[in-house]
Design a protein around this ligand. Sequence first.
Ligand SMILES: Cc1ncc(C[n+]2csc(CCOP(=O)(O)OP(=O)(O)O)c2C)c(N)n1
Ligand SMILES: [Mg+2]
Length: 468
Amino acid sequence: MALYMRKSTTILRHVKSKMAFMASLQRGSRSSSTPHFDRNALCQPNFRNLSNIHRFESTIAQNHLSSVCADENQVLDFPGGSVKFTPEMRFISESPLERTSCFRVLDDNGQPILGGSFEQVSMETAVKMYDNMVTLQTMDTIFFEAQRQGRISFYLTTNGEEAINIASAAALSMEDLIFPQYREPGVLLWRGFTFQEFANQCFSNKYDNGKGRQMPIHYGSKQLNYVTIASTVASQLPHAVGAAYSLKMEKKDACAVTYFGDGGSSEGDFHAALNFAAVMEAPVIFICRNNGWAISTPTSDQFRSDGVVVRGQAYGVRSIRVDGNDALAVYNAVKAARQMAISEQRPVLIEALTYRVGHHSTSDDSTKYRPANEIESWRLARDPVGRFRKWIERNGWWNCEADTQLRNNARKQLLQAIQLAEKEEKPPLAEIFSDVYDVPPSNLGEQETWLRETVKKHPQDYPSDVSL
Ligand SMILES: Cc1ncc(C[n+]2csc(CCOP(=O)(O)OP(=O)(O)O)c2C)c(N)n1
Ligand SMILES: [Mg+2]
């Protein structure tokens, strides 16, 4: 953990110094060889549209004595913004009077709530959203079974969180850069990652983009702007902020989007990322899937705050809480967040309340630490897929026949994909050592020699389908 904190601090320092260096180039001060962070650079004309738009009215410390006065009308002219004085000693409460409300569009029955305002989605988009949610469920069932049959080593389902996955993806553009945790394969599915590509990664065959070097579910696609998953929880957050800042500098019509769980919000990287994004006014959307559990740790053992949403304000980040099992609410919130992130050049935090209906992963049995009826009630009463289906059926866009056909087709195509992926060769042994260094260091060469000797000595312990 400490190592990761150090790493992310180093990355932030690096981005910051790079940014100052770019600022100095823009000012034309090429003589300085040492990148030096210059605050005034942010006020230069070239930078004016990049920064300085969301700060508190800033100040130059004025006559100190005249401002230090116990009078409500007087203000303390403080670096970073003036502050009003008060004669009343008042501590800020540790909790708000009321919990932050949760934005929803559809009720549990898939009926739009009266008086709500939301952007309608077209029939085409709505049907694609439903199609992808069902496909995601089907994919989870088949890969989970494949793991139980011993055909893949690991798997992790998205059950219960289909709406967050698919509806958020539908509200974004392909140019937006995705920095996922690991429970968001639906975003990749929406973007066009094929069943074969999913299967190749899970079976670690030679067509896997990651050349079989990662556990199953660690997908990534450069083509689809989906940064490869790192299972080190929350390490993707500072990366997303750095990438968002580069989009800002290049004046791109795109933002970075990072997904994480409630557990991710308990990591130091979350706090560093939010603060950094707020200060640098980076166009990044933080989507927290608050599903109640970080493996066996409930949210009540993780934080005392009103969930994750309230922490946004502490860092100066605009935030909303949304019903993560309402696809229309997620779609609308993400769409609005994207608009604000790009047009106003600011970060936005979305806390989507949901529930992890499945086990944490195939290495977990969640009935050991949570009541079965809690899982069942979320699975049945608050299922995001069934709820969205009721809405599209009511609109006359879907029916039972189409549903059966969709499920049968998805199952058939997925089974074909895994059968094919299973038969493909594994990547050759040499791939373990390639791609990191331009010129591999000598210790890597030694390790490769040892590995080859060991495989030769104990051939029975190594898979025969890995070419040497
Ligand atoms: C830095 C780090 N600490 C611990 C772990 C072990 N770990 C893997 S997943 C996980 C829980 C994360 O929970 P959450 O962020 O809520 O995501 P969810 O699994 O609920 O989707 C933990 C503790 C890890 N992978 N990385
Ligand atoms: Mg969680």
